[in-house]
Ligand binder design. Sequence first.
Ligand SMILES: Nc1ncnc2c1ncn2[C@@H]1O[C@H](COP(=O)(O)OP(=O)(O)OP(=O)(O)O)[C@@H](O)[C@H]1O
Length: 263
Amino acid sequence: MRADQGRGPGLEARGVTVRYGGLVAADSVTLSAPLGRITGLIGPNGAGKTTTFSACSGTAPVSSGSVHLFGEEVTGVPPQIRGQRGLGRTFQRMELFDSLTVADNVGLGLEAGLAGSKPWRHLLGNKGDKARIVARVQESLRRCGIEDLAQVTAGELSTGQGRLVELARVLAGNFRMLLLDEPSSGLDRAETARFGAILRNTVAETGCGILLVEHDMSLVLNICDYVYVLDFGKLIFEGTPAQIVASQEVQAAYLGSADLEAS
Ligand SMILES: Nc1ncnc2c1ncn2[C@@H]1O[C@H](COP(=O)(O)OP(=O)(O)OP(=O)(O)O)[C@@H](O)[C@H]1O
């Protein structure tokens, strides 16, 4: 089975290769993460997931192949320009400012975007812009079910709450395509289930596309429409969650790893 086109082209890698010295970390990787779909990218440790992700967001050097965003080639386009065109990304490591409130953390990206595009308006504190930021932050906190945490400082949050704040921050950016790098790491089972439901609702309501790198196989199998599997930098399988579970190749790649058993 091939990935369908969802609600239109989102992010595509076509034959992407990334080399670090003599190591081929991503070897001619081709994948498609359309709008309106959650696409999973899985594989054992060191398989090249983050590298592929970084090639898509513009922070890893692509030595051959191409990356396409909403149908247009963006290979070589800097990450911040990809961001302005609608590509948002979270990182494996939690990146919140501990001394700021949850609302300020969520609003940060929006304010930075505003400062980048219209610095004079930002400096003058345009009231319309500020009201729009407040509304966007509130909407994003609501979507993630954390309105009650708005005035709590980030340093006081549990890991699960922190992950939701990170998600709220990237959602506040109104990106059409989201790259989420292990967003559920450190969450317990109940928090992971809640996290997955928020992602599914977001895609259903906004029509955005998500490319998800994730070790938690139960989350991947529950929420992804389509999944790509990497091993040693190469794609070894692609299919629906049911096809992934039934695949001998995937089982073999995960041999000795607890990940697939976690499902
Ligand atoms: N900046 C870099 N310089 C050199 N080697 C790198 C760099 N980034 C990644 N690698 C190597 O590339 C390979 C793929 O790493 P990558 O982080 O993409 O894998 P991964 O599938 O995301 O792994 P994990 O699940 O452990 O996060 C690994 O062998 C890693 O050591």
